[in-house]
Write a protein that binds this ligand. Structure first.
Ligand code: PGA
Length: 243
């Protein structure tokens, strides 16, 4: 695993965005795996700027997002489709029909299989962006007693519902289920970039990347991936071993 540690959130975002921008420059028809959450917002703002400055173009890029809430209409401001349009897709030259998110409306096993197949049909994910939850989840793969393999439906943990309730009027409005790429889907990406910032992530960063590989800490599986870059700010990196 490679670690890049930057002074603050803005520098972390720019540094992680550079990895994506370079990838898009070198391979304009690449397949990106994308993530939602507060952490990647700055990275997306950097990519929007790069695109409007004419440095990169998304015109041949295809994207697959990690996850989506179940039974939240895409028009809902808290849906991940809404987030992606708002933070990235509406501001770059991407073809919307090449932006894919799992469909959480009436999702079933067939929906999961179809999403997995759609990724395969595009030749797999070249570079996958990940945030990390306080409980070590990646996508909505929550701590468990086994690693999920393919795209699947999950019941969200109370800790995740609580963390995400900051975006909703009331905690009871937070969906209880989600559809997410599996750990196996994520591990098949050719390259993975993880972003994390703030003191609140320091403990899980240490646990996930310097502790044992266990399904109770889903992100720990990334230690087994051959090409992972973890981009942190000073605070998120504050508990990791120094050498
Ligand atoms: P955050 O979420 O970026 O909002 O902290 C990360 C995650 O839960 O994957």
């Amino acid at each position: 695993m490679k670690f890049i540690i930057e002074k603050d959130y803005d520098k972390m975002s720019r540094s992680a965005a550079d990895i994506f921008a370079e990838h898009i420059e070198q391979n304009p028809s690449c397949v990106l795996g994308l993530a939602t959450g507060s952490t990647p917002e700055g990275l997306y703002a950097c990519l929007v700027k790069d695109c409007s400055d004419g440095k990169i173009s998304f015109s041949d890029v295809t994207t697959f997002n990690l996850d989506e809430y179940c039974d939240l209409p895409v028009e809902n401001e808290q849906s991940y489709r809404y987030f992606m349009n708002f933070n990235l897709f509406d501001h770059v030259d991407i073809a919307k029909n090449r932006t894919n998110l799992p469909c959480g409306i009436n999702a079933d096993d067939e929906t999961c299989k179809n999403y997995e197949q759609a990724i395969e049909d595009e030749g797999g994910i070249d570079i996958q962006l990940l945030g990390i939850g306080h409980n070590g989840h990646i996508g909505f793969n929550e701590p468990s007693d086994s690693f999920s393999v393919i795209t699947n439906l999950v019941d969200l943990k109370d800790s995740t519902i609580e963390a995400n309730s900051r975006f909703f009027d009331d905690i009871s409005d937070v969906p209880k289920r989600a559809i997410t790429m599996g750990i196996g889907t994520i591990m098949k990406a050719r390259k993975v970039v993880v972003v994390a910032n703030g003191q609140g992530k320091a403990e899980i960063v240490k646990k996930a990347f310097f502790g044992p590989v266990v399904p109770e800490v889903p992100a720990s599986v990334l230690q087994l991936h051959p090409d992972v870059t973890v981009v942190l700010d000073d605070e998120a990196a504050s508990l990791i071993p120094k050498d």
